[in-house]
Design a protein around this ligand. Structure first.
Ligand SMILES: Cc1cc2nc3c(=O)[nH]c(=O)nc-3n(C[C@H](O)[C@H](O)[C@H](O)COP(=O)(O)OP(=O)(O)OC[C@H]3O[C@@H](n4cnc5c(N)ncnc54)[C@H](O)[C@@H]3O)c2cc1C
Length: 415
């Protein structure tokens, strides 16, 4: 069924051209979740002449896009490869990323004259604000004849002979293809829910256990007390959990540790694991220190270290190394202790801030259940999962949006 082209609407009304008798609506494609993936899928399916209805339980589409990238949306990464994603099947992302790459999304951004810039490590941001991306997507949806229904609460979903029936508080929808684009559990106050996983469970789809990722670490009360004067101090470091290492900036917070390096490693960290933080290379620091001992032996150790790090951090590191006094009085053991702490400071976080502040959710719909080219489930023809609800999680840096665009685009070509 091809739907008439109508403007994107908010709440459905009695004049809605889709509405049939008994408040039942029929459409080719029904997508649940008007986030990045759902909107991209809707645009592509609409452009191919499919009748598309996009259901969203929030008042506005794309709320996570709005808050992303500090309000400037890090919409993709120009160096995006399969290596930048975590999934039980590391090869799964390859097909969708090849079908719709970061260059393809950038071309769309440029067609809409959105000004952008590259920050570090290939991260592409809007010059102005994230709403440029939301406006681009809603205008593309309008052109593709997509019907966006906001404020819709879904009661139940069932399989019918020729598709699916979705019962909502504002009417019933029959569709041939059902796309689940509900995202993960991160930031519940922005509308995030576990609904996508429960749809998977209802249809017997395996779910990889979900957990918060790209999330700040918390300290226990003893560590919090020790690190209280450091809150707000940023520093460059290399952080390691297991075999995984990231070199980026980090930040002490009043709860523990955050900043890009810590968010990145949080996606690999497991409860109870120790983090190893390298402030500086040991050999290099040792030669700097020996030089300083020769030239400025009367200087306090922490005063010298404060020429490299903020004073509070310098004092903290000296305390951690159990060294004090003047440079000239340092024993070989004290030199070893200090250089060791700066080379490998070990900290055991109490946990993370959880879904309340996590940028993404690890785990989700098991990729073994999906066709990597189309995102269609193998067990239930016509049922698709795209975006963050799938067990694919990107690093910090625009990769998560690229997965939403690529998986949404791939499904949009197939249904
Ligand atoms: C603070 C923050 C900053 C971020 N910054 C970046 C960034 O700069 N770059 C980047 O690449 N990634 C970033 N991310 C991650 C990125 O936002 C997500 O990976 C991406 O939005 C996932 O897209 P999605 O469409 O799969 O899910 P979402 O964007 O979460 O969309 C899912 C939609 O489904 C709706 N929904 C949920 N349950 C229901 C239901 N029961 N009925 C109807 N609708 C429902 C939700 O309201 C939502 O609109 C950030 C995340 C956060 C939290």
């Amino acid at each position: 069924m091809i739907l008439p082209q109508i403007a994107i609407s908010g709440k459905r009304g009695p004049d809605d051209p889709l509405q049939l008798e008994n408040n039942v609506n029929a459409t080719d494609v029904l997508i649940i979740g008007a986030g990045a993936a759902g909107m991209m899928c809707a645009i592509e399916a609409g452009k191919r002449g499919r009748g598309v209805v996009l259901l969203e339980h929030a008042k506005k589409p794309g709320e996570k896009i709005r808050i992303s990238g500090g309000g400037r949306c890090n919409f993709t990464n120009s160096n995006c490869t399969a290596e930048n994603f975590i999934s039980a099947n590391p090869h799964f992302v390859k097909s969708a990323l090849a079908q719709y790459s970061s260059a393809d999304f950038l071309a769309l951004v440029e067609r809409h004259n959105i000004k952008w810039h590259e920050k570090t490590l290939g991260q592409l941001f809007c010059d102005n604000r994230s709403s440029d991306i939301i406006n681009m997507l809603t205008s593309e949806m309008e052109q593709a004849g997509v019907q966006l229904h906001l404020n819709v609460k879904i009661n139940s979903i069932s399989k019918s002979d020729d598709g699916f029936t979705v019962d909502t508080q504002s009417g019933t929808y029959n569709c041939k293809s059902l796309v689940v684009a509900c995202g993960g559990k991160s930031i519940p106050k922005m509308g995030a829910s576990a609904f996508g996983y429960s749809i998977g469970e209802q249809f017997g789809i395996n779910i990889i256990e979900a957990r918060p990722a790209l999330v700040p670490f918390t300290f226990d009360s003893r560590w919090l007390e020790n690190s209280r004067p450091l809150s707000g101090i940023a520093f460059e470091c290399e952080v390691k959990a297991g075999k995984k290492v990231f070199r980026e900036a980090a930040l002490f917070t009043h709860r523990g540790l955050s900043g890009p390096a810590m968010l990145q490693i949080s996606s690999y960290w497991r409860e109870g694991e120790i983090l190893e933080v390298k402030f500086q290379d040991r050999r290099q620091l040792k030669s700097q220190l020996i030089d300083a001992i020769k030239k400025s032996g009367k200087k306090e150790i922490h005063t010298w270290l404060a020429t490299i790090y903020p004073l509070a951090l310098a004092k903290f590191l000296c305390k951690q190394a159990n060294v004090s006094g003047r440079l000239g009085d340092m024993s070989n053991l004290a030199i070893d202790e200090l250089t060791h702490i700066l080379h490998c400071w070990k900290i055991k976080p109490a946990g993370t801030e959880g879904y309340r502040t996590a940028e993404v959710t690890l785990g989700g719909i098991d990729t073994n259940e999906l066709n990597s080219k189309t995102m269609e489930t193998r067990k239930i023809p016509g049922l698709y999962f795209i975006g963050e609800v799938v067990d694919v999680t990107g690093w910090l840096g625009g990769y998560n949006f690229q997965w939403a665009w690529s998986s949404g685009w791939a499904a949009g070509q197939a249904l």
